[in-house]
Design a protein around this ligand. Structure first.
Ligand code: ADP
Ligand code: ASP
Ligand code: MG
Length: 409
């Protein structure tokens, strides 16, 4: 008998028929003698609908109240799934995040889980019940409802698996695992049997939304056995997120390609080329709580430099406002903003022992006439910023250039 945490995403919970399908799958695991804790998302489209509804009433919704609104989607899901389970004879009980006591900080809309009181869940499991927990939500020390950021049910699932020391955390979604890239963009993308935590963390933080970044961080930190599976297919083994040691030796250099449309570039033109200038520009940006990603600086011959960096597109206006305020102090000639940018990244732990990955990447892009605007690298990834209109072409071309459409040996 194993203790399994299963998380079902929005598409998997998208209609009464699909909820019945989830109930049948849960019942199957119960019948095999396993204890099952289920985490569910809101029905597909529901969270977007709730956000839009709130924005109809307020241009800048109060974050506490927005969380009160958007957390309701998951509450509907837990109740419906328990009804479906009871209907097929499976004893089950629903819990909101607050009822479990998934304690978070008070950063509404992007709260972090601080602790989970698993006593009530353990009692129900001991009574042979299936426990169904609302994903994406928690409660802060003052009893306020909080949410964990978009895609946050993955994190609820993994955090519960860690707290309960579950044997496995299964993330059921609308694809049967983690692919070499988003299969919606490249139909030739292949499912990976395994991917390392390190790679998955890079893929998630570089834009692959198949798992929320924090869920991967949690799984790595607490050694949760994590698998991504399809809720629609029975046969596939899905993808196991694993530590590198478990992998066979002959791994491809590149495991996958991630992309993110949500990028914007800011250039501060004609600043004095002298020590301290980067700090003078980025200090106020950091103080305004804006994350900076890629950075480049070009020094001219006239003693001035152009300083460019990227931020999330949502933060663009805020960043420009901050810089407008300090423009005179730093002696900048002008500030330029560019919204039509995206980021494409190749990821793979094999890259640090294989030279030439960057050259291969840049050649493939140049053969398609795609201009690279910025570059950033780490041990296991190379990212380029390019014009957004080339995003799909770039992903397809790189997928081919690194032989990702061919089956692994
Ligand atoms: P859920 O609602 O189940 O949480 P998501 O929409 O959050 O599902 O995540 C699944 C989607 O992630 C897939 O439909 C797919 O389009 C997208 N995706 C992006 N990158 C990848 C990838 N590398 N592998 C698999 N799916 C990916
Ligand atoms: N329902 C939330 C969202 O749409 C959380 C999740 O699906 O993981 O972001
Ligand atoms: Mg998701």
């Amino acid at each position: 008998m194993a203790l399994i945490v299963q998380k079902y995403g929005g598409t998997s919970m998208g209609s009464p028929e699909r909820i019945k399908n989830v109930a049948r799958r849960v019942a199957k695991f119960r019948a095999q003698g396993h204890q099952v804790v289920v985490v569910v998302s809101a029905m597909s489209g529901e969270t977007n609908r709730l956000v839009a509804l709130a924005r109809e009433l307020s241009k800048a919704p109060d974050p506490r109240e927005l969380d009160v609104v958007v957390s309701t989607g998951e509450q509907v899901s837990i109740g419906l799934l328990v009804l479906a389970l009871q209907d097929i004879g499976v004893a089950a009980k629903s819990y909101t995040g607050g009822q479990v006591k998934i304690l978070t900080d008070n950063a509404f809309g992007k709260a972090r889980i601080l602790g989970i009181d698993e006593a009530a869940i353990r009692r129900d499991l001991a009574e042979d019940k299936v426990v169904v927990v609302a994903g994406f939500q928690g409660v802060d020390a003052d009893g306020n409802i909080t949410t964990l950021g978009r895609g946050g049910s993955d994190t609820t699932g993994v955090a519960l698996a860690a707290a309960l020391k579950a044997d496995e955390c299964q993330i059921y979604t609308d694809v049967d695992g983690v692919y070499t890239t988003d299969p919606r963009i490249v139909p030739e993308a292949r499912r990976l049997d395994v991917i390392t935590f390190e790679e998955m963390l890079e893929m998630a933080s570089l834009g692959s939304k198949v798992l929320q970044i924090r869920s991967v961080e949690f799984a790595g930190k607490y050694k949760v056995k994590l698998r991504v599976l399809s809720s629609f297919e029975e046969e596939s083994q899905g993808t196991l997120i694993t530590v590198e040691e478990n992998r066979n030796m002959e791994q491809p250099v590149i495991s996958g390609i991630a992309f993110n449309r949500d990028e914007a570039k800011i250039t501060v033109l004609g600043v004095p080329d002298q020590p301290g200038i980067a700090c003078q520009i980025l200090g106020p940006v950091a103080e305004a709580n804006i994350d900076v990603d890629m950075i480049i600086q070009n020094a001219g011959r006239d003693g001035t430099a152009d300083f460019s960096f990227t931020v999330s597109r949502n933060d663009l206006d805020k960043t420009v406002n901050v810089l407008d305020r300090v423009k005179a102090v730093i002696g900048a000639k002008a500030i330029e903003a560019d919204k039509n940018l995206c980021k494409v990244s190749v990821v793979g732990v094999g890259m640090h022992s294989h030279p030439g990955v960057a050259a291969r990447m840049f050649r493939a892009l140049s053969e398609e006439g795609i201009n690279i605007r910025m570059i950033s690298t780490s041990e296991i990834k190379i990212s380029v910023a390019i014009d957004e209109k080339y995003l799909e072409l770039a992903v397809r071309v790189l997928h081919k250039a690194f032989d990702l459409d061919r089956p692994a040996l």
